[in-house]
Design a protein around this ligand. Structure first.
Ligand SMILES: Nc1ncnc2c1ncn2[C@@H]1O[C@H](COP(=O)(O)OP(=O)(O)OP(=O)(O)O)[C@@H](O)[C@H]1O
Ligand SMILES: O=C(CO)[C@H](O)[C@H](O)COP(=O)(O)O
Length: 321
């Protein structure tokens, strides 16, 4: 019998920080113990064809949604897939790659379900895919910040000029509104990084983050985890609201506070985090620096994931033998 994995879906607009978040969560759990898939590989047209057709990659019609849905289903059932590969450097397609069956992994002397992380523009778009995830996250940074991140990344890594990136963001705006942003309504966790007053783009690790924890999540008593960690409620604050719990973390949280908080969540992850190198949490590539709000966000998501996986095993929803 195939082993059913734990499925994490991460969506958001281009440059919203999906890869940064998902690679951090994968490092937390052990990269070789997770299967990471970017669903932007399912683009139907290459860059030249998209230009000719006047279609943006955000439009579901520009993607093989049927194959994406089938692959999400196969992975959730513990089956292997042959995944297409879109190459951001050439703007065309590379040969497909074989993704092995997401088999269970050994941890603390027992077999537990592997985590499959699916991230991309349209991960939460269709009900078929949404029904396959155990946990869903939407990245919703302040729009100005997303633009700043996308321009920096596309210029440094994808060979565009800043003017080209900004013009492309404008061209995509109707599709962002129509297809990407509405996916927020389907996420259990919404992560919003935003700039503090006087924010210096040269020091992006000072960003604030608001994490919305919807009541679609199991009610884990996070306040107990948080309580012992924060002395100053203005820096890390959890507020229970009718529609969701809101966790606010400010970018000027002191390293000692953030590290205490990290350690406490860490202890709650127990042996699940034994493969992890803590110096890698919260890193983002272009600054080679660490952001505590990003580190704490990755840890909170890993915390929910580990706890929800435990619940799913207990309830017999995820059997590994
Ligand atoms: N929390 C953060 N703090 C600082 N910088 C960040 C953060 N998240 C992302 N970035 C920066 O934003 C840029 C875009 O991030 P990332 O590549 O993760 O976005 P993405 O959503 O995967 O984009 P795409 O869908 O276009 O591939 C990266 O250069 C990264 O360094
Ligand atoms: O929104 C995106 C996700 O990263 C990309 O822009 C999309 O995948 C197409 O990439 P490009 O046209 O830059 O090759």
């Amino acid at each position: 019998m195939p082993h059913r994995p734990f499925m994490l879906g991460i969506a958001g607009d281009s440059g919203a920080g999906k890869t940064t978040l998902s690679s951090g969560v994968a490092r937390l759990l052990g990269v070789e113990r997770t299967t990471n898939i970017c669903v932007d590989d399912y683009h139907k047209y290459d860059r030249k064809q998209r230009k000719e057709l006047g279609i943006t990659p955000l439009n579901p019609a520009c993607n093989y949604m049927d194959i994406m849905e089938q692959h999400v289903r196969l992975l959730s059932e513990g089956e292997p897939i042959l995944k297409p590969v879109y190459n951001h450097t050439t703007g065309t397609f590379d040969p497909p790659v074989y993704v092995p069956a997401p088999r269970a992994v050994e941890e603390g002397g027992r077999l537990i379900p592997r985590v499959v992380i699916l991230e991309g523009l349209l991960t939460l778009f269709s009900p078929e895919m949404r029904g396959r995830y155990h946990l869903t996250v939407y990245l919703d940074p302040e729009e100005e910040l997303r633009r700043e991140w996308k321009v920096k990344r596309d210029v440094a890594k994808r060979g565009y000029t800043p003017e080209e990136v900004l013009a492309d963001i404008e061209r995509r705006m109707p599709d962002s509104r129509a297809f990407i942003w509405p996916q927020k309504a389907h996420a259990d966790i919404i992560v919003r990084f935003y700039r503090p007053p006087g924010y210096d783009p040269e020091n992006p690790s000072t960003l604030n983050v608001r994490i919305t924890l919807k009541h679609t999540l199991p009610r884990l008593d996070l306040s107990e985890v948080l309580h012992s960690a924060y002395e100053d409620e203005a820096l890390i604050r959890l507020e229970a609201r009718k529609e969701a719990d809101i966790l606010d973390i400010t970018g000027n949280v002191r390293p000692e506070q953030a590290q205490t908080f990290e350690r406490i969540i860490w202890e709650h992850l127990g042996h699940h985090a034994e493969h992890f190198d803590p110096s890698l949490v919260g890193t983002f590539w272009d600054k080679a620096g660490q952001s505590y709000p990003l580190a704490l966000t990755q840890l909170i998501i890993a915390y929910y994931l580990v706890k929800m996986r435990e619940l799913a095993i207990e309830r017999g929803h995820l059997r590994v033998a």
